[in-house]
Design a protein around this ligand. Structure first.
Ligand code: PLP
Length: 396
């Protein structure tokens, strides 16, 4: 059996976009369906927090705690990384003199959350411009350091950047920010399931990640870690019963995040099956999965760079299982399609004429973009070989 047979992806498409929404293996969906059946057989027993739900959530919390090396009391559940980022930023007591620092590689939705929090409180948003191609981690640290000043309160930073797939030097960034009294909110949407995580040594103030991307859990499910000293301040995006409820042996932080109104907890509860499945793919478990996905990504990126005659935009150790290839659109021969930007046209052509699913992001000027590939266990280098042949035909 090939790894791809464990997933339900359309065989007519070369799916190189695990990064956007993940893809859930059949066995995980089966677990989720069984959980939905249990829920619907006895909704009160299943969903009432003090009956079956809290112990079940606590089991998954234990799993996450082990996966990211964090105390379970510091881990809450969120629907997704956007939810986690919003919860932290909308709870933060900004005042009009404060600044939130973001980067130009940040995910648009999360950068919007920073702008929204700033608008509501009168604070400002500053943007650190990290170059791409990136030659060294020092360039990331320099870009951030240049934008930190006495008004900076929080740095919102991707662990693995969304459009460019870079693994930022997160420990060094946190140390730099902490030296200047700046708290760090890490958006680890892609990191969980792509890289080993150790939140105890990382020392982020806040860390949020998705289960439904590289951990292959059902959509939508994620976690938010908050340092104990800051938990009193962080409230979920939705205020519900937990705001005035005291539950024995449970902090308000956990109680509030465990229940943000009626929800479907089955994506969270199916995480155990997802982790067990990923661990079973290689004899070396998750560590070997991370390594194999990374090695495939490097080979895939190099194939594309050779076909497009460009240099790899960063060192091999700066990426995991996502890679972006910068392109100048004026160098490409493309069909022109009305009402679409140049990047949309390229993506449209790749999907509709060549059956590739992968994102094309604009980067800086309208003529600059990057093509992002994801390499999960089900991906094969032959898919990227075909992509590089198609792309080579576009080069003038
Ligand atoms: C870095 C980053 N943060 C946040 C998100 C948002 O994920 P979600 O929509 O699941 O919240 C993404 C999605 O691709 C991402 O790449």
């Amino acid at each position: 059996m090939h790894f791809r047979d464990h997933w339900q992806l359309n065989p007519d498409i070369d799916f190189l976009n695990h990064g956007s929404f993940g893809a859930c293996p059949s066995i995980v969906l089966q677990t989720q369906r069984e959980l939905i059946d249990q829920l619907e057989r006895d909704p009160i027993r299943f969903l009432a927090p003090e009956r079956d739900l809290e112990p079940k959530l606590d089991e998954v919390r234990q799993l996450i705690g082990q996966l990211v090396n964090a105390p379970t009391s510091d881990v809450a559940f969120v629907r997704n990384a956007t939810d986690g980022v919003n919860a932290v930023l909308s709870s933060f007591p900004f005042n009009p003199l404060d600044e939130i620092l973001i980067t130009n590689h940040g995910y648009n939705a999360c950068n919007n959350a920073a702008h929204h929090a700033a608008k509501l409180t009168g604070a400002k948003v500053a943007v650190a411009e990290v170059p791409f191609p990136l030659h060294s981690n020092a360039e990331v640290l320099d870009a951030i350091e240049r934008k930190i000043n006495s008004r900076t309160r929080v740095l919102l930073i991707d662990h693995v950047t969304s459009p460019t797939g870079l693994i930022f030097p997160i420990e060094d960034i946190i140390a730099l920010a902490h030296d200047q009294g700046v708290q760090v909110l890490v958006d680890g949407a892609h990191a969980a399931g792509m890289l080993p995580l150790n939140l105890s040594t990382m020392a982020a103030d806040y860390y949020t990640a998705n289960h439904h991307k590289w951990l292959c859990a059902p959509k939508s499910s994620g976690f938010l870690y908050v340092q104990p000293d800051l938990q009193h301040q962080v409230r979920p995006s939705v205020i519900s019963h937990g705001a005035n409820q005291t539950r024995p042996h449970r902090s308000r932080f956990i109680t509030e995040f465990d229940w943000a109104g009626t929800f479907d907890p089955t994506p969270i509860l199916a995480l155990k099956t997802a982790i067990e499945f990923l661990e079973s793919l290689y004899p070396g478990g998750l560590t070997e999965l991370y390594r194999c996905n990374h090695e495939k990504t490097i080979s895939a990126r190099n194939l594309l760079c050779d076909a497009l005659q460009i240099a790899p935009p960063c060192a091999d150790n700066m990426i995991g299982s996502l890679a972006s290839i910068p392109l100048t659109l004026s160098q490409l021969d493309r069909h022109s399609t009305d009402n679409l930007s140049a990047t949309e046209q390229l993506q449209h052509t790749l999907v509709n004429e060549h059956r590739f699913e992968l994102p094309v992001y604009q980067l800086g000027s309208p003529d600059q973009c990057c093509l992002r590939i994801s390499m999960q266990a089900y991906n094969d280098i032959s898919q990227v070989n075909r992509l590089s042949k198609v792309m080579a035909r576009f080069v003038n």
